[in-house]
Ligand binder design. Structure first.
Ligand code: ATP
Ligand code: MG
Ligand code: ZN
Length: 242
């Protein structure tokens, strides 16, 4: 980090006989919270106003009963994400969000926009990619002492806002299921909000992770879909080529 020229890095500015907190201290606190959040650098640029609606067609319906268009579903889900972010920016409490939808529909984008909003307001967030989390706790399992695993799990249980990205079809063992269960159960008991992203429907989650975890997700989160007829990742690649 570059040294602040205003306070020479001390965090304090003296005017007359009075000491003031330099404005750079606030920035430093936000930077520390970003570090704590583990939000990948690439996702730190996602904000709600960069969320484009053009990828969600306004004249196509994902369901046979034509209840809502892709666009209407996306608008509704974006609203829910914004409301969640506003509601939890000072005190994090209550229901979280579960975003499900097909590959490349913007779930990770939307949850990183939530993370960026909250972090900019000084709220504490932890962003965990589920497969990486499982690898990490598995890797630390056979090591002595097991502190890193315990620390990360404790952190996931207690952080004001937890984001679990990509709770998908992995090779879950009873042991990994137990870890996920204990995080969700603990957050439920402490009324702390969790945002979960998945490619799977709740029925598929139940097949993969069992009834106990699914039932906790339903209690913890309001459920929203985010769907696209075509993977946005793919569309963006095509746009880049022209
Ligand atoms: N509404 C949007 N506006 C602009 N870019 C978007 C939007 N949604 C997604 N993208 C971009 O499209 C790509 C895929 O989005 P994202 O990673 O959020 O999808 P996902 O739903 O999480 O997919 P997966 O299920 O594979 O994890 C990313 O590069 C992202 O930045
Ligand atoms: Mg994703
Ligand atoms: Zn300063």
């Amino acid at each position: 980090m570059i040294k602040c020229t205003n306070c020479d890095g001390s965090g304090i500015v003296i005017k007359g006989n009075v000491a003031y907190k330099c404005s750079c201290t606030k920035q430093r606190v936000i930077e520390m919270k970003y570090k704590e959040s583990r939000l990948p650098a690439k996702l730190q640029q996602h904000t709600f106003d960069k969320f484009e609606l053009r990828y969600y067609p306004e004249d196509e319906y994902p369901d046979k009963n034509k209840a809502a268009t892709y666009r209407e579903i996306a608008i509704n889900t974006l609203e829910a994400a914004k409301n969640f972010a506003k509601r939890n920016s000072v005190k994090a409490e209550g229901k979280g969000l579960f975003f499900c939808g097909n590959v490349g529909s913007g779930k990770t984008f939307l949850s990183s926009a939530i993370a960026n909003y909250l972090l900019s307001k000084g709220q504490r967030v932890l962003f965990l990619v589920v497969p990486d989390l499982l690898d990490e706790i598995k890797a630390s399992y056979n090591k002595e002492p097991e502190t890193s695993e315990i620390e990360l799990l404790q952190h996931a249980r207690n952080i004001p806002v937890l984001i679990l990205d990509d709770l998908g079809a992995h090779n879950y063992t009873d042991w990994t299921r137990n870890k996920i269960y204990s995080i969700l159960n603990s957050r439920l008991n402490n009324e702390l909000p969790t945002v979960i992203n998945s490619n799977l429907t709740l029925e598929e989650i139940e097949e993969q992770l069992g009834e106990r975890i699914t039932s906790r997700i339903v209690e913890l989160c309001d459920i929203y879909r985010l769907l696209v007829p075509k993977d946005i990742r793919h569309l963006k690649n095509l746009e880049r080529r022209v």
